[in-house]
Design a binder for this molecule. Structure first.
Ligand SMILES: Cc1ncc(COP(=O)(O)O)c(C=O)c1O
Length: 402
């Protein structure tokens, strides 16, 4: 029997899984690992959302199959959010679909619109589903930079000029995971014009829509007039409301793309458990103070991380958004590479981070640090890191004094 399965063959070993396995083994051995590796929020969802989940779960008629595209009230709530937050009108019937987390939506849209051999433009480094959703669907990825500077536009133009077949899809994701880079509305205006000129679909991943720290709210690509002609956007309740395990996300925008995703999903799932969808409505339509409080909390963690790791001898640029810092390896240890450095941090400092190379080859030289432990634990991580760096001959005090 042939067990060399075509799709599986296209998936390289998951680099981040190596560090995760080491972390699990260290924990099983009783070590206290400070886990700044996975972007898994440590905060609870708002209490009224959990109350709504329990209330609806007690109803006898809430336990059957739900609606694959999402219950109407939840699609209306998401349209209301886009109206309030971005001033964007959406038809809840034809321009909104509920997904089982944005990851599922991205992966199934990739299945819906991709034929083997299609060329897809995706950032490098990026969140893995931006590339692997399409690779599993048989596409070829042409990488473009993540940093949205002139090199980015040049890469897009060269991709259109030199790739055969012409790229069919461009994936963008700002605030970026892993680099935490952001864009402004002018970026999206230029992008929409480019996509229209070249007739390329744009998939925008806005998972960190509410985690911004400069006081400037993150824009949506759909704020650009006419963006719906070429673009869909994914949002997630995982980070905004700390509901990662609930698997709640959305795709909104272009009607053809939403119809394609809705159709594929209608063959694959029956929608999220109805009480979860009802509780998601309560989250979106209810009081939003928790969103502001969590933004402040992540910002404080970021400040503590940058300050305490800096004093430990590791300079980390402050991120402007997302729940991550994207940290260049300390120069004296850059030769280790991001995977080996991450392993050493885990073994010698009991701190888990994600190796940058796990997000694509251009992530090499960096690690991603998730701000998912409390302030006390972040300071403890900095002390452990300092001890490790000193053991490696990186002397923070001498470096600072010099
Ligand atoms: C950029 C980005 N997109 C999508 C996701 C997946 O989110 P969800 O939990 O909605 O599937 C993540 C999760 O970390 C992410 O960082």
């Amino acid at each position: 029997m042939n067990d060399d399965f075509y799709r599986i063959r296209r998936l390289p070993p998951y680099v981040i899984a190596e560090v995760n396995a080491m972390r699990a083994a260290a924990r099983a051995a009783g070590e206290d690992i400070i886990d700044l590796g996975m972007g898994n929020p440590d905060l609870p969802p708002p209490p009224h959302v959990i109350d709504k989940l329990c209330e609806v779960a007690r109803k006898p008629d809430a336990h059957g199959y739900s609606a694959s595209k999402g219950i109407p009230g939840l699609r209306r709530a998401q349209a209301g959010y886009y109206q309030r937050r971005f001033g964007v009108e959406l038809d809840p019937e034809s321009e909104v679909v509920v997904t089982l987390g944005s990851k599922e939506g991205l992966a199934n849209l990739a299945q819906a619109i991709t034929a083997p051999g299609d060329v897809v433009l995706a950032p490098n480094p990026s969140y893995p589903i931006h590339t692997f959703g399409f690779i599993i669907a048989g596409a070829t990825i042409r990488s473009v930079p993540t940093t949205p500077d002139e090199r980015y536009w040049d890469a897009l133009d060269r991709a259109v000029k030199f790739t055969v077949p012409k790229p069919s899809v461009l994936v963008v994701g700002y605030p970026s995971n892993p680099t935490a880079e952001v864009v402004d509305l002018a970026f999206y205006e230029r992008l929409v014009a480019w996509a229209k000129e070249h007739q390329i679909w744009v998939l925008s991943d806005l998972a960190y829509s509410e985690l911004y720290y400069d006081g400037v709210p993150t824009p949506s690509i759909l704020q650009v007039p006419g963006a719906k002609d070429v673009a869909v956007e994914f949002t997630s309740m995982s980070k905004t409301y700390s509901m990662a395990g609930w698997r709640m996300g959305f795709a909104v925008g272009n009607k053809q793309l939403i119809a394609a995703l809705t159709r594929v999903k209608s063959y694959l799932d029956y929608g999220a458990f109805t009480p979860i969808q009802a509780a998601a409505v309560a989250a979106i339509n209810g009081p939003q103070d928790i969103v502001d409080q969590n933004r402040e909390l992540y910002k404080r963690r970021r400040d503590i991380l940058v300050e305490s790791f800096g004093r430990a001898g590791w300079e980390i640029p402050p991120s402007r958004a997302s729940m991550f810092c994207w940290a260049p390896l300390p120069p004296a240890l850059a030769h280790l590479g991001s995977l080996e450095f991450s392993k050493q941090l885990l073994t010698h400092a009991q701190v888990a981070v994600a190796p940058g190379v796990g997000y694509g080859e251009d992530g090499e030289g960096y690690v991603r640090i998730a701000m998912v432990e409390n302030e006390h634990r972040i300071r403890q991580a900095a002390r452990n890191v300092k001890r490790y760096l000193q053991s490696m001959g990186v002397n923070s005090v001498a470096k600072k004094a010099g």
